[in-house]
Ligand binder design. Structure first.
Ligand code: PFF
Length: 454
């Protein structure tokens, strides 16, 4: 049976770092700062933290719990825990969601490879129009495809090595390097004249900016950033030994992920304010998805030691993207290994071809396939929208139904406390369970309805 030969993570720190590696990614460094910029700064941050604690942390704990209890890929987890029922289709949905995310994620991963190469070879010089350069690059038919394939290939290579040698070892190294690098960029960014305005923008909330759409955006970002709702945490949890403390590790992952998002914000937003102060213009923090790739090269080009900061920054973006991409690919790979009985190598090849194939279409949607529309959106935007705003919350919602209503309270608390062997206050266990059973599903359902119908 596949079950008996399953690998496990080698250490407690390894589990935490691998899960944190999945959570910390482009979502923190690329997406969080521009979402913050588009949704009112500190008000968004405040909403994000509330959504994270009330809805997303309970989903994270439940996904971890189901994965450890089921000890297999998401599809089989549900078949094991609810045999002969339709619950296993949630598992299949999770596998499909992961494949969909990886398909557009690898395109942005490819952009970060390109920008790392660019900052090493030529650096960024003042006076260039970085918006045009970025547009010309992503609109090119071939170049972004090559970088996308390099990124996906690197991801596949790490996965071929397996859980301990590949995922655990790489996540352990990369996440630490990433932390050091990004802190260096923060120090550089904060030391620029005018940077303090950016800090104020991030931390002093203007409560009039708290609207429903800000709440929706904050919730979607929290789902994406924590890697919940599509089976990645469940898959990693299936490699965890039974004596791990689920609640503590989940809280650790959520803490590090949020810390990283804030640090990434501090690396970017104050630098944008400083550059604006230097040029005598208003800070354009609302630049959207291009913030990292368009605004930052301009910032780097005009700051002392900018070349080194640029290399360090894009290296950290790439490392963060890879540790998340391996978690997405592992969901598909574990499914192919266990359900289709293929070797790890072949499963990686299958995931590479599937996600790479859709990835090609996503990438071409900025160039030759620009006019091709799915529900009014370009292919890349369609996959981004579909996954972040619909599939992840829907996956999270179904998971809370399963954990809160199918597993039942006794089983849930039993898993949380490892059969009563770890001491977690009873009131805390009950609070977590009621958040899972009532608060999270209602909250997530409201947001989903808002997204689908308004
Ligand atoms: N959390 C990752 C990030 O912030 O970049 C993205 C991600 C990874 C989303 C894995 C979902 C997932 F299952």
């Amino acid at each position: 049976m596949a079950q008996k030969s399953r690998e496990t993570f080698g250490s407690r720190a390894g589990v935490l770092l691998a899960m944190a590696g999945s959570a910390i990614g482009l979502g923190n460094i690329w997406r969080f700062p521009y979402m913050l910029g588009q949704n009112g700064g500190a008000a968004f941050l405040l909403m994000y933290v509330i959504m994270l604690l009330v809805f997303c942390l309970p989903v994270l704990i439940s996904e971890y719990l189901v994965g450890r209890r089921g000890a297999s890929n998401p599809y089989r987890c549900f078949s094991v825990l609810a045999p002969g029922t339709g619950w296993r289709w949630i598992g299949l949905l999770a596998v499909l969601s992961s494949a969909c995310i990886l398909s557009f994620y690898c395109v942005v991963g490819g952009w970060s490879v390109k920008y790392l190469v660019e900052s090493c070879m030529n650096g960024f010089t003042a006076g260039q129009n970085y918006g045009e350069l970025f547009g010309a690059f992503i609109g090119n038919a071939w170049k972004p495809l090559v970088y996308t394939m390099i990124f996906l290939g690197l991801t596949g290579l790490i996965i071929v090595l397996g859980v301990r040698k590949g995922i655990e070892r790489m996540s352990k190294i990369m996440i630490k390097v990433l932390f050091v690098i990004i802190v260096l960029v923060v120090v550089r960014s904060l030391s620029l004249p005018g940077a303090l305005d950016g800090v104020r923008y991030m931390f002093v909330p203007d409560f009039s900016k708290v609207t429903t759409s800000v709440m929706v955006a904050a919730m979607g970002q929290a789902f994406f950033s924590l890697s919940i709702g599509c089976g990645t945490i469940m898959t990693y949890a299936s490699y965890v030994r039974k004596d791990e403390n689920i609640a503590a590790t989940s809280a650790g992952v959520a803490f590090f992920d949020t810390l990283f998002a804030i640090i990434a914000g501090l690396a970017i937003i104050p630098a944008v304010f400083a550059a604006a102060a230097q040029n005598g213009t208003a800070a354009n923090v609302e630049a959207g998805p291009g913030l990292v790739f368009i605004t930052l090269p301009g910032v780097f080009s005009s700051m002392p030691l900018g070349r080194i900061a640029a290399v360090l920054f894009f290296l950290s973006l790439l490392l963060a993207a890879i540790t998340s991409a391996i978690s997405l690919m592992e969901v598909v790979v574990s499914f192919v290994i266990e359900e289709m009985h293929r070797s790890r190598g072949r499963a990686v090849l299958a995931a590479f071809l599937l996600c790479g194939g859709v990835g090609v279409l996503c990438s071409l949607s900025f160039g030759p396939l620009e006019n091709f529309r799915l529900f009014g959106l370009g292919i890349f935007d369609f996959f981004d929208y579909l996954t972040s705003n619909i599939l992840l919350p829907a996956g999270g919602l179904l998971l809370t139904f399963f954990a809160g209503w199918h597993l039942k309270k006794d089983n849930y608390l039993d898993e949380l406390t490892n059969g009563g062997t770890i001491r977690i206050p009873h009131w805390l266990c009950c609070t977590i369970f009621y958040l899972v059973k009532w608060v999270a599903p209602i909250g997530i359902a409201l947001i989903l309805l808002n997204c689908l119908f308004f």
